[in-house]
Design a protein around this ligand. Structure first.
Ligand code: NAD
Length: 371
C-alpha cells in the first residue's frame, strides 16, 4: 500500500465518521500528498499549546512544527531548542507578519485568548498562510465573518480546533446518533463544566474571553448537540445563575442552562458551568440510549449503551490515532488535497451564532428563534 492510499483510506474513514460525503482523491493529489508534511507555526505558547498540541506532532504523519510566535523570547527560545526549531523561525507578536516570508510555514495555529483569535487569524491569512484557530472561533459573529472573509480572500483554508470530531468515541457516537442505532434521536443531555480557580486569569476577563463558561466549556455541550444531530437548532431558551459577589464572576457568566429545539423534533438540554464539574452527554433514542462520560476530555472516553428494557453496558471502541494528531493531520490532508475541513470557519461561526442567541435568551428571559 502506498502512503497515498493510506491517506485516502484514512480520509474516507474520517469523512464517513463525521457523517460527511467522502471524496475520492485524484492520483495527482495523492502523489502530492504522499511526500510532504505540512508546517505549522503556533501562536501563543500557553498551557494548551505547550502541554497538548506541541507534543502531538510526533504522533502525526502529515504535520510538523516549524515556527513559534510568542511574547516571551525566553520561553520561545527554550521551546524552539526542545523542538528543533531554528532561531529564524521564532517570531514576536510585533514581527509576526514576517512569517509571510517563511516557506516552512503552511499553517498558523492560533492558540491565544479568545478575543485575539480574529486579529491573528486575519493577519495569518494576509501573510498567505492557512489558519487553524482554537475554539471559540471568536467572541462575536461579526469577527467570525471577518475571519472567514479574510481566509476566502486569501484563498486559504480555515479550520477550528474542534478536536472531538477526531476522537474515536465521538466519531462512533455521531454514527450511532445520526444513523438511528436505536431509532430516531429524541433527547440529548449534554453537560460540561469545571470549577475555575485563579480569579485573575484571562478566562474571567470579558475583554479577553468574550464571555464566561459558555464561551470556554459550555461550547462543548452546544457543539456536541450539533454534531450528534447533524442539524442546526431552530430555537433556544436559556437561564443563568451567576453569583456576582463571587470575585471570579464580576465580568463573565458562571452557570447557564440552555435548551435547544432541532428541525427533526429532537431537543437538547445543556449545562455550561464554571462552578460544577461535568463532562458527558447522553443520546436518548426511541428504543434506548447511549452515553459518553467523559465525553470530550483529552483522554479516557467511555461509552455505555442501554437498549430499551436492558441494563446499560460498556461498549469498547478502538482508539486509533489520538484526537490531537488526528486534528493536525486532517488540516494537513485538506491542504494537500484541496478539501474543506470538516470543522471549517462556518462551523465555528454557527456555534458563536447560537451562543449569541443563548446570551440574548438570558438577557430577555424568552425563547429566541434561530433562522
Ligand atoms: P493560556 O492562558 O494557558 O495561554 C494563553 C497564551 O496566550 C499564553 O501563552 C499567553 O502568554 C498568551 N497571551 C498573549 N497575549 C495575552 C494576553 N493579553 N493575556 C493573556 N494571555 C496572552 O490559555 P490556554 O488554555 O492555552 O487557551 C488558549 C486558547 O486555547 C483559548 O482560546 C482556549 O479556548 C483554547 N483551548 C482549547 C482547548 C481544546 O481542548 N480545544 C483546551 C484549552 C484551551
Amino acid at each position: 500500500m502506498t502512503d497515498g492510499s493510506r491517506l485516502n483510506r484514512r480520509g474516507l474513514i474520517l469523512g464517513a465518521g463525521a457523517g460527511l460525503a467522502a471524496s475520492v482523491l485524484s492520483p495527482q493529489a495523492l502523489a502530492q500528498a504522499a511526500g510532504r508534511k505540512i508546517g505549522y507555526a503556533i501562536v501563543g505558547l500557553g498551557s494548551y499549546a505547550t502541554r497538548q498540541i506541541m507534543p502531538q506532532f510526533v504522533n502525526s504523519e502529515r504535520s510538523r512544527l516549524t515556527a513559534l510566535v510568542s511574547g516571551s523570547p525566553e520561553k520561545a527560545r527554550t521551546l524552539a531548542a526542545q523542538y528543533g526549531i531554528p532561531e529564524r523561525s521564532i517570531y514576536s507578536y510585533q514581527t509576526f507578519d514576517r512569517i509571510a516570508d517563511n516557506p516552512d510555514v503552511d499553517v498558523v495555529y492560533v492558540i491565544l485568548p479568545n478575543s485575539m483569535h480574529a486579529e491573528y487569524s486575519i493577519r495569518a491569512a494576509k501573510a498567505g498562510k492557512h489558519v487553524m484557530c482554537e475554539k471559540p472561533m471568536a467572541p462575536t459573529v461579526r469577527e467570525c465573518e471577518q475571519m472567514i472573509a479574510a481566509c476566502r480572500q486569501a484563498n486559504r483554508k480555515l479550520m477550528i480546533g474542534y478536536r472531538s470530531r477526531f476522537q474515536a468515541h465521538n466519531v462512533e457516537a455521531i454514527r450511532m446518533a445520526r444513523g438511528g442505532e436505536m431509532g430516531p434521536t429524541r433527547v440529548i443531555l449534554a453537560e460540561h463544566g469545571f470549577n475555575i480557580g485563579d480569579p485573575t486569569q484571562w478566562r474571567l476577563k470579558r475583554s479577553l474571553a468574550g464571555g464566561g463558561a459558555l464561551m470556554d466549556i459550555g461550547i462543548y455541550s452546544l457543539n456536541a448537540t450539533r454534531y450528534l444531530t447533524g442539524e442546526e437548532p431552530i430555537e433556544v431558551t436559556a437561564i443563568e445563575k451567576t453569583d456576582r459577589s463571587d470575585i471570579r464572576f464580576r465580568e463573565v457568566d458562571d452557570t447557564i442552562l440552555f435548551a435547544l429545539k432541532f428541525p427533526s423534533g429532537a431537543v437538547a438540554n445543556c449545562v455550561s458551568s464554571y462552578t460544577s464539574n461535568h463532562n458527558r452527554y447522553r443520546v436518548v433514542q426511541q428504543n434506548g440510549w447511549f452515553e459518553l462520560e467523559p465525553a470530550t476530555a483529552y483522554t479516557g472516553q467511555q461509552m455505555r449503551v442501554a437498549p430499551r428494557g436492558q441494563p446499560a453496558q460498556p461498549r469498547e471502541i478502538a482508539l486509533g490515532k489520538n484526537q490531537f494528531a488526528g486534528q493536525l493531520d486532517h488540516m494537513a490532508e485538506c491542504i494537500l488535497t484541496n478539501r474543506e475541513p470538516i470543522v471549517s470557519g462556518e462551523e465555528g461561526l454557527r456555534d458563536v451564532r447560537v451562543m449569541e442567541a443563548i446570551y440574548r435568551s438570558v438577557r430577555e428571559s424568552r425563547a429566541v428563534k434561530l433562522t
